[in-house]
Ligand binder design. Sequence first.
Ligand code: GRF
Length: 220
Amino acid sequence: MGRDTDSAERLRVVALISGRGSNLQALIDACRGDYPASVIAVVSNRADAAGLERARKAGIRSAVLDNRNYPRRAQFDNALAELIDSYRPGLVVLTGFMRILTETFVNHYDGRLMNIHPSLLPAFPGLDTHRQALNSGATEHGATVHFVKPSLDAGPIIIQGRVQVEPGDDESSLANRVLQEEHRIYPQAVRWFAEKRLTLNGNHVCLDDKPVNEVTPRDG
Ligand code: GRF
């Protein structure tokens, strides 16, 4: 049994949440099938995160580490890393974790830390991405799964899911359509990682040795 796999040789995944946890749920659902990864722990920085209930229902252990108990960002991130490492993960996924992470933390998990962002990066980093997309007049929008690097919402792209912006869309209708794509692409990215099909070349990701931008979004 490898260090980063469970007894069934599935990749051990730790998910970090702050809220609703619908992307966590998509991963939990994927893990129910024939899937090479398993969410083995969920960590929230908020005790009231709805995603904790999803973990409980799925029988996944969870922990709350409240950042308000740590006066300095580095102290919280150190405690967080210590907790995560106690689960011996092969991959850490940010599933709606609303904290900026220190460079030390990000570097500690270099190449095994993923995030999902609700835009087609590099377009619309930061918050309120659906509003940004609507205000810009974009005709296409979507979501991005990427490896995390110290700069915010940057980092090598693994997969993107695209949606058309429809006439009459508001933030809520657009967010709902993007969220459906999020729930498709995050489990796909984790699957590829678990299958060891992803490689990082500098700031670029290859899938099966080909740059990912040559991969059609629905390629399995
Ligand atoms: C998602 O839109 C994700 O892209 C962003 O935060 C939101 C989290 O939603 N990073 P959920 O908690 O997974 O439902």
